[in-house]
Each structure stands twice: as structure tokens, then as C-alpha cells.
Design a protein around this ligand. Structure first.
Ligand code: SF4
Length: 405
């Protein structure tokens, strides 16, 4: 499929909307009351610190709802108002937050279900309204919905669309897109649908393996086995790695994406020399500001002498997981939870260790004075962060409040 031509024609279709419906004012009140928090504002106003009894909360200076996520949720709310009687679907979770998705269910918005690992669009009919989430949808899904005669409301974050433009450019120049991401993540699945030849790499270890193959060759079948499911159909490491472009899932660790870009630039420089480099390597800066700011704030936060960290965000949220990685790398005991409901009575927490399964821990808040770092992923509303902090205070302190100096 000529993805570029299709996207261009979709952009001109009267059934395709990507700017909302001019009802921002109407949904602003709902967004504020459902997602914003007075306690969090109080902490922000107090230089991101708050002490109550034995507990001092250190809040990251950038955390929570990013611009793209807030925009996607607001457009989804506008869509419900604009189409009060039509059947409305979302092709996936609108964002990676259970409470926000539940709120949409409560508004009678339907979610496309997975059946045997595949999305089941059989219930979607002509005239239905289908919302594409903040991290996008595949070009094949867009085409299907267009052919079904649906009204498409596209909330894809413009930062994600920027990555799609990058891989289109790689394709045009016959470069293989090396995508730094998780090959199963919805955003990367969408990005790869716009790419020509592609290979998805998770981390620098994988990138170094590919670098070695580019420079020294190797066992072709072992390469294909190692990256099974992470490359485009027909990809051949012996012929498709001579010209590469680097792209990213917008929520990966920023430093790692930058290092990966430099690694492949250096690799192509070594293999082809400086005069040929521009024919063999392409890169565009597509790291989103929100991801960068949240990670930078986390790097600042871990410099504090913290006793522990709580990282709040969906368990399938890539940007949240990366925030937790930073805590773990800095040897700070950290607890990744997806909502305040994970804090159970009796000083007990259900949390997900990095690369582990959800587990329950008792006495997670030690006795005595505690400095607790808090951050949250880009899909987490302030209200959820408030709930967590309030529960920690009530578990740990007397109800006498004092603002930290
Ligand atoms: S994290 Fe960045 S790319 Fe993702 S929705 Fe937010 S602003 Fe957009």
C-alpha cells in the first residue's frame, strides 16, 4: 500500500477528524474535576515538597499527564458530546490508564476487543464513530475503518505522527528503519505499519549485536531467530542493513535512543567512510519533549537522599517503566503501582517489580522518618497521584498537617 498517498487522501476526507470539534470549553470542566487535584497543586506551589508528620514527599518537577495524552482524552470527551447517539469505539485503550479507560466505558464508548491476539472489528459498522488513541493506529486499521464508512476521530499525538513522517522518509530513500522500541507496543506497531523495511531494537545490547553484524557479518539464521517478530516481512540482514535510518517509540529512554542513533552513525561511518555516510545513514530528532522532561525530572529526583520511590502509571505503560528503571539503576527501592487501590490496609502494597510479576509486600513503609519520591507516567491523572499520597499520609502520619520549609 502507498501509505503516504492513503494518509493524504484520508486527511482530506470529511469523515476524518483530528482537531476535535470546537467543544473544548464544554469538556474543560469535566477534565478539571475528574483529573486535577488540589493537593498536587499545593505540593507544586510548595516547591514540589510536602511534609506531614514523619513523611516528606518529594514530587518530580515534571510528571503525569502530558500534553498529548490530555489532548487525546479531551478529544474523546468532545467526540461523545458531538455524537451523542452514535455508536462510538476506541481501537485500543485511549491511553494507558485504567481509570481513564473506565471513564470512557461509563460514557458508553466501546473498546475493540482482542480475539486470539487479533483485534476484532466485526462489531463495527457503517456510520459508527471510531476514535484512534494517543499512540496511534496502524495504517491498515485506518484503511479498514475508512472502507467500512466510519467516522474516524484521530487523537494520535503529533509527536507520534512526526515519527511516522520520519519512517516514510527512510522508505522513500530505501533505508531500513531501525526503530528503538518494543515491537509489540501499540505505538511501535503503528509506526512500523508506515515503514518500508524495518527492524525493531529494544536496547543497546541488541543495537551492538546489529552493529557487529553490519561490520563483520555473521550467522544470518541466528540473526533472524534472535529478532523474530521484530522485522518486516522479507527482511534480510545481509542486504537490508547497508542503508539505515533511526526512529523511536516516543516513550523510550531518551539517552538510549540518542546513543543508538550515534552508534549506527558511527557504524556506517566505519563501514562506508565519511564521504558516503549521508547515503547510508538518516536520523531525525523525534524524542518527545514530555518524555524527555519527565526523565530529566526523575534524574534530578534520584539525587535526593530518598528512602524509597513510588512510580505511578499503567503496568503496560512504557514511559512509566522507564521512570522506574531510573530509580532501580540508582539503587532506590521503588514500587511501580497503577492506582491508589494498590495500597492496601495494614501497610501493604501490591506492586510490579521491573521485569517481574505483580507481588504483594507487607510493611513497605518503614518506621520513622521517611523521604518518599513520587513520580507518574504521562498517562496518569493528578487525581491518582493525590490518592496515593493521601493514603501514604494516612498510613504513616497523624492527621496534623505542616508544610515543609
Ligand atoms: S508522551 Fe509524548 S508522544 Fe506520547 S502522547 Fe505524550 S506528548 Fe505525545
Amino acid at each position: 500500500m502507498d501509505t503516504r498517498a492513503f494518509k493524504r487522501s484520508l486527511n482530506h476526507s470529511e469523515n476524518y477528524h483530528r482537531q476535535g470539534f470546537g467543544r473544548k470549553e464544554e469538556v474543560a470542566g469535566m477534565m478539571t474535576s475528574e483529573y486535577q487535584s488540589n493537593l498536587i497543586q499545593e505540593i507544586r506551589d510548595n516547591n514540589y515538597r510536602l511534609t506531614r508528620g514523619d513523611v516528606t514527599i518529594y514530587l518530580a518537577e515534571a510528571f503525569g499527564f502530558c500534553w498529548g495524552v490530555e489532548r487525546a482524552v479531551a478529544i474523546a470527551y468532545e467526540t461523545r458530546k458531538h455524537f451523542p447517539t452514535e455508536k462510538i469505539w476506541v481501537t485500543n485503550e485511549i491511553i494507558h490508564n485504567p481509570s481513564v479507560n473506565q471513564r470512557l466505558r461509563d460514557m458508553n464508548v466501546h473498546f475493540i476487543e482482542l480475539v486470539d491476539g487479533e483485534k476484532d472489528f466485526s462489531g463495527v459498522g457503517n456510520g459508527d464513530v471510531v476514535i484512534l488513541p494517543a499512540f496511534g493506529a496502524t495504517v491498515q486499521e485506518m484503511k479498514l475503518l475508512d472502507e467500512l464508512g466510519c467516522t474516524i476521530v484521530d487523537t494520535t499525538c503529533p509527536w507520534v505522527s512526526k515519527v511516522w513522517t520520519s519512517v516514510e522518509k527512510h522508505k522513500k530513500q530505501n533505508h531500513t528503519s531501525i526503530i528503538h522500541g518494543k515491537y509489540k507496543h501499540e505505538e511501535t506497531v503503528a509506526t512500523s505499519s508506515f515503514a518500508g523495511t524495518y527492524l525493531v531494537l529494544l536496547n543497546l545490547d541488541e543495537a551492538n549485536y546489529v552493529r557487529d553484524y553490519i561490520l563483520n557479518g555473521g550467522d544470518r539464521q541466528a540473526f533472524l531467530d534472535k529478532f523474530q517478530n521484530a522485522y518486516s516481512e522479507g527482511f534480510d540482514p545481509d542486504t537490508d542493513l547497508d542503508r539505515v535510518g533511526v526512529a523511536n517509540q516516543t516513550t523510550m529512554l531518551k539517552t538510549e535512543t540518542e546513543q543508538m542513533g550515534k552508534l549506527f552513525e558511527k557504524t556506517m561511518l566505519e563501514k562506508f567512510g565519511p564521504t558516503e555516510l549521508s547515503k547510508h545513514f538518516m536520523s531525525f530528532n523525534t524524542i518527545c519533549d514530555a518524555t524527555q522532561e519527565r526523565q530529566d525530572a526523575m534524574f534530578d529526583l534520584v539525587k535526593e537522599d530518598l528512602d524509597l520511590m513510588v512510580v505511578i502509571g499503567g503496568f503496560n505503560s512504557s514511559n512509566t517503566t522507564h521512570l522506574q528503571e531510573i530509580a532501580v539503576e540508582n539503587n532506590i527501592p521503588s514500587y511501580h503501582i497503577d492506582s491508589g487501590d494498590r495500597l492496601l490496609d495494614g501497610n501493604c502494597i501490591e506492586h510490579k517489580p521491573l521485569d517481574g510479576e505483580i507481588t504483594t509486600q507487607t510493611n513497605w513503609l518503614p518506621a520513622g522518618k521517611l523521604k518518599i519520591g513520587i513520580t507518574s507516567g504521562a498517562s496518569t491523572p493528578d487525581k491518582v497521584v493525590e490518592e496515593v499520597i493521601a493514603t501514604i499520609f494516612s498510613e504513616k502520619t497523624q492527621p496534623v498537617a505542616a508544610i515543609a520549609p
